[in-house]
Ligand binder design. Structure first.
Ligand code: NAI
Length: 352
């Protein structure tokens, strides 16, 4: 099977909290891990020389060129420490480098953050915090709406979408949902109704995105789909930035067609998110303009960021690496055939 059976892990885009959670979980694995602060790019890929595993995150580049460099340096496994894998050229990786991910670490973390964005945008608690600290006890401009009785449109009823449905049902909201692969039994279990995207756009007071980013869902929210939404709709995106055409969003925020937007992800986030630019001027005019809107709340891809999620991420990533070196089965492997749903392996064996 694997001749080189000692994991030597090059860990890219390390933040202090990653180091803490991985070092703690690694006590029971004993792998050799080198933590690099740099993101993985064509320029930094050479740091992986001498290792056999790369551990990467959402904004690391794993395109054809980077994979070629990694392969030539002896990398056998990419261990993504995230669920989404839209940043990996899976076709190029196939039969070259195995790719594993963490399919679920805390759907609660992301669903709860989506609910937090909704509540904050609706009741303006972020502004109230600043106002009262300034001895300003006026509530002008803070008028919200009862979420009870309103309609939420959930796009994607996977692990996160389902948890959010339960939370919003707790608020007394009506739920409409769309999924490319609907799981009908959930309708009764969770108390919602599957419907078309068109009906979601037409009837929802809040629309929240929980589907993956791929060629089919890229710019799912665009000028045309926005035009069929309710005036004043609240849009929430905790999935991937590319699901929304940001220029169309900007235009429709200006007209009031979109009433508010809560974004934990952004199309061009890789240049900025997770880093401190507080003493610099933003080059990205679209992001800079978005940040001027009083009804837009941007968080920096932090929906996953809970203690429980970090610990699960570290544990599953290291387990995936252990499976690769010690077992014939690699249940969390992904390949482009798995993605196309024509993979015969599924949870048995390895993809190649
Ligand atoms: P999941 O795989 O459990 O659910 C995704 C759902 O989307 C599935 O039910 C699937 O059938 C559905 N889907 C696939 N194609 C679709 C389409 N074209 N239209 C509508 N639905 C479609 O994934 P999970 O764990 O619920 O995560 C959802 C997304 O959340 C991930 O793709 C990831 O990008 C994002 N995410 C964001 C995090 C953050 O910190 N902001 C953390 C974790 C995940």
């Amino acid at each position: 099977m694997n001749h080189d059976n000692q994991a030597r892990i090059a860990f890219f885009d390390t933040k202090p909290y990653d180091k803490i959670s991985f070092e703690s979980e690694n006590l029971s694995f004993g792998f050799q891990i080198s933590f690099f602060e740099s993101k993985l790019t064509r320029q930094t890929a050479s740091l992986a020389a001498g290792f056999n595993v790369v551990c990467a995150f959402v904004n690391d580049t794993l395109d054809s060129d980077v994979l070629e460099i990694l392969k030539s340096q002896g990398i056998k496994l990419i261990a993504l420490r995230c669920a989404g894998y839209n940043n990996v050229d899976l076709k190029k990786a196939y039969r070259n480098i195995h790719v594993v991910r963490v399919p679920a670490y805390s759907p609660y973390a992301v669903a709860e953050h989506a609910a937090a964005l909704m509540l904050t945008l609706n009741r303006k608690t972020h502004k109230a915090y600043n106002r009262t600290r300034d001895n300003n006890f006026s509530i002008n401009g803070f008028l919200g709406f009862d979420m009870h009785g309103k309609t939420a449109g959930i796009i994607g009823t996977g692990k996160i979408g389902q948890k959010l449905i339960s939370i919003l049902k707790g608020f007394g909201m009506s739920i409409l949902a769309y999924d490319k692969f609907p799981a009908q039994k959930l309708e009764i279990e969770l108390g919602f109704r599957y419907t078309s995207l068109e009906e979601i756009y037409k009837n929802s007071d809040i629309i929240t995105l929980h589907c993956p980013l791929n060629s089919e869902t890229h710019h799912l929210v665009n000028e045309s789909t926005i035009s069929s939404m309710k005036k004043g709709v609240m849009l929430i995106n905790t999935s991937r930035g590319g699901l929304i055409d940001t220029k169309a969003l900007l235009k429709n925020l200006k007209t009031g067609k979109i009433g508010s937007a809560g974004l934990d992800v952004y199309e061009e986030e890789s240049d900025y998110f997770f880093e401190d630019f507080s003493s610099q001027i933003l080059d990205d005019d679209v992001l800079a303009r978005l940040l001027t809107f009083p009804n837009v709340l941007i968080t920096s891809h932090q929906a996953f960021f809970t203690k429980e999620a970090l610990s699960n991420i570290a544990q599953t990533s290291l387990n995936n690496i252990q499976d690769f070196f010690q077992k014939d089965e690699l249940p969390n492997e992904i390949c482009y055939k798995c993605e196309a749903d024509s993979c015969l392996k599924k949870s048995q064996g390895k993809c190649f």
